[in-house]
Each structure stands twice: as C-alpha cells, then as structure tokens.
Design a protein around this ligand. Structure first.
Ligand code: SF4
Length: 229
C-alpha cells in the first residue's frame, strides 16, 4: 500500500462548506431539481437524472461513484446499483464490508441513462461525463465524504477531471488509497458481471472491499460508513 500522505486540495470550497447537510436542506433540494431538469446532454437531456439517497442526512463518510444508470437497474428502480445483476453484485460487496445502503452514498459519473439507439446500455461519452461533472462536484460538496470510491475507469476519469489523481489508470490505482482534493480516493473495479467474469472476480472484489473497509475504519471517528454529525 502506497503512502497516503495528507489529502491534496484542488482549491475548491468543498471541504470548507457547512458542517451538516440534511436531505431536506436547500443545497440538496436545489441539486435534486437541477439534476431532474438538466438538459445538457443532447441525447439524454430530459430523461431525468437519477439521484437517490436514504436517510435524513446527506453526509456520508463513503461515496461510491459508478459509471451510469443501467436500463434494468437504476432506470427501473430509481436507485443507483439496484435491480440488475450489477446491483446484486454491489449489494454482496457492500454487505461483505458490513455496510448497508444507509451507511454510504451511491451515485454515478453520469446521472442519466446513456441508452443506445437499440435500447441497450452504452458507455457514456467523454463529453457526457464532462457535462455531468458539475453535478458530481455538487454531490461531493453536499455529502462531504472522507473517502470517495470510483467503481471502474469511467468514474475514476470523472474524478480525475475534478482534481487530478495520483494514479489515473485503474489497473495501477486499484485498491491503492491516495490523497485527493482534501479527501481520499480508493479506486476499485466496477462490479458488473462483465468485469467480474473477465477482469476482477467477485472474490477479488470482496477482498478489495475488505481493504476499503479497513481503510475507512482507520480514517473515520465512528468506524462506520456514516459520519457522526
Ligand atoms: S447526464 Fe448529467 S449533464 Fe447530462 S443531461 Fe443528465 S444530468 Fe445533465
């Protein structure tokens, strides 16, 4: 494990914001409204971005960032990483680390569904990731995570564009905590079956989540995913 050092700061106001944010507070409601009505992406605007939070408080110690909502998952359930086989794998991994969805914040680099012309999932384009960067940035400001966990290369690239990461290539960055923008980045692989079957098995990812859990334990006062207000 490489030295994590002191978290770097990209000069944003993120970690200097209000100490507590409730999901009924103005910044959170403004974000919800902005995401719901956003039309920045020509092929996705108007679909309504998917943002889901459980609990009264927005603040969490751990924020997971995936790639985009999936047709059979978040698009159907309205909850990121829920309802399809990727969501099933994610829930197995989350549970293996001793966390529930209430303990963590789960989002995506792109908040609308990037569907292909034939109605299947497709990877978001670089421009779409760049368009959605402001929403991701806002979520980080509101949630104030201690550890941000990009799940897959798209999420890592999105976060790297907000503030440069020390390792921006997933194969070298995986499970290597690094200081990032006043917080820590803990890059992991995406839990989709395509990835677990070819690149990093569910067992390997379970081991990665165990490392993540230990890292969060060392960095938060409560040892839980939740931040004590
Ligand atoms: S993906 Fe993000 S930037 Fe693009 S339209 Fe949806 S909410 Fe807006």
């Amino acid at each position: 494990m490489r030295s994590q050092g002191r978290p770097t700061d990209c000069g944003t106001a993120m970690h200097r914001q209000a100490k507590t944010c409730r999901t009924g507070s103005t910044p959170f409601l403004a974000l919800l409204q902005a995401v719901k009505t956003c039309t920045l992406c020509s092929t996705m605007g108007g679909r309504g971005g998917i943002l889901h939070v459980l609990g009264r408080r927005a603040r969490r110690a751990v924020m997971f960032v995936g790639e985009a909502p999936g047709r059979r998952g978040a698009v159907r359930t309205g909850i990121p990483f829920q309802g399809d086989s990727t969501g099933h794998n994610f829930e197995i991994l989350l549970e293996s680390a001793g966390w529930s969805r209430r303990d963590v914040w789960v989002t995506n680099a792109v908040l609308c569904w990037p569907g292909s012309r034939t109605g299947t999932n497709r990877k978001p384009h670089a421009l779409e990731i760049s368009n959605c960067q402001a929403h991701l940035r806002n979520q980080i400001e509101i949630v104030q995570p201690v550890v941000v966990v990009p799940l897959g290369a798209s999420a890592l690239r999105a976060l790297d564009s907000i503030c440069p990461a020390r390792f921006a290539e997933l194969k070298t960055a995986v499970a290597q905590p690094q200081s990032w923008n006043g917080r820590y980045l803990f890059p992991l692989y995406h839990p989709s079956p395509r990835v677990t079957n070819t690149r990093r098995s569910l067992e390997q990812q379970r081991a990665d989540f165990s490392l993540l859990r230990a890292f969060v334990l060392g960095k938060t006062a409560t040892g839980r995913g939740r931040v004590r207000p």
